[in-house]
Design a protein around this ligand. Structure first.
Ligand code: GLY
Length: 360
């Protein structure tokens, strides 16, 4: 099958969607970094399943330094970064050198963070290997690590020099990572483009083929939003739909040392926050039902029957979107349209949890 090459022009870098073997990746490195040291960030999974594909095919990477970061959100910490910065100093990494982040969202978030602070910033590129990192984490310039169990609390905006998306990497992905990516894509449709929502409903979870054109569509939506408000002063907040509840439940799972895929947490957040949108009179009942049934008919989400609202409320009070003491969320007014800065109360949270448990 031939894959049509797509290029998406972000603020000052390009996202290439094509087989990495098609030439652009090699030309990019040869033209810009022929004499630079290359550092490849991987985790245990991409070390096993993806690294060889890169090293074996590109002579220019034959003497790259490979740094294996521990997999999982629980390791996305400043302590991990300090160890890498110490290794950078030992390898005499300079500002001329380049880091290649080969992995999912944890690697792109943390690899970008490490690179953007070392010696006040060295270049980095992303080669995302999970659907979630392809459609969300690798573009938009957000880099971060967690602080205790609070997600992405320490970070900077820093753009990669390029992003190379090769869907061949999706073949090695567990189904829950594919579902997580689909959820972030659904979010793009829900906040800004009903046609994307409609096309994503056609994904068949038995064989889970995600067309490149859908990935490109999702990235175009995100890119348009980011370009209009790169530092999230206003309209970029819409990308946080599903994340007020989503980040809180993810933090709670993290605290309890239970794994929860970020995209799946966002899917749980989409359900609860669509409920809040209905409850506040912004969204009609029919649309709420459509959103919830689209998700629950395709995917089985984690149970949260024993979760106490107060625990989640504590995390939500520290959400980055809040202003003063209010907990603020992005809500939907229709499929493809949002209201930002909507206040959420503890009562709404309790009702949202009850609703989720009722339909799930
Ligand atoms: N993942 C949300 C954003 O990039 O703004």
């Amino acid at each position: 099958m031939t894959i049509k090459k797509q290029s998406i022009h972000c603020l000052d870098y390009t996202v290439n969607i094509a087989s990495i073997l098609s030439g652009d990746f090699e030309v990019f490195l040869a033209q810009n970094y022929a004499d630079s040291k290359k550092i490849i960030f991987v985790d245990e999974n991409t070390h096993e399943y993806c690294l060889e594909y890169l090293i074996a095919n590109f002579e220019i990477l034959s003497d790259a330094e490979v740094i294996v970061l521990p997999a999982g959100e629980e390791n996305k910490t400043i302590q991990t970064c300090i160890q890498v910065w110490e290794a950078f100093a030992e390898y005499h990494i300079t500002r001329k050198d380049i880091a290649i982040c080969l992995g999912g969202g944890v690697i792109t978030d943390m690899g970008g963070f490490i690179a953007s602070l070392y010696k006040r910033g060295i270049d980095f590129i992303h080669v995302p290997t999970s659907l979630l990192a392809m459609v969300d984490a690798s573009i938009g310039g957000k880099t971060a690590v967690d602080l205790a169990n609070y997600k992405n609390m320490i970070g900077v905006f820093a753009n990669p020099k390029a992003v190379f998306i090769d869907t061949a990497f999706l073949m090695t992905l567990p189904i829950e990572d594919k579902i997580g990516g689909w959820m972030e894509m659904l979010k793009h449709g829900l906040i800004a483009d009903k046609s994307h929502w409609e096309e994503l409903k056609t994904i068949d979870f038995k064989d889970f083929i995600m067309p490149e054109s859908f990935i490109g569509h999702s990235l175009e939506i995100k890119n348009t939003i980011v370009k209009a408000d790169p530092f999230e002063q206003n309209s970029r907040k819409t990308l946080n739909f599903g994340h007020t509840f989503g980040h809180a439940i993810e933090s709670l799972f993290l605290e309890n040392k239970q794994a929860l895929n970020h995209g799946i947490a966002v899917g749980m957040g989409i359900i609860v926050e669509s409920f809040w949108s209905w409850k506040k009179g912004l969204l009609n009942q029919e649309t709420l039902n459509e959103i919830c049934s689209t998700i629950t008919e395709k995917v089985s989400l984690p149970e949260i029957k024993n979760v106490q609202a107060e625990y989640l409320w504590g995390f939500m009070q520290n959400d980055k979107k809040n202003e003063s003491e209010q907990v603020l969320a992005v809500l939907l007014s229709a499929i493809g349209s949002t209201n930002i800065n909507e206040e959420i109360t503890m009562e709404l949270l309790e009702e949202g949890i009850a609703f989720y448990n009722h339909i799930n």
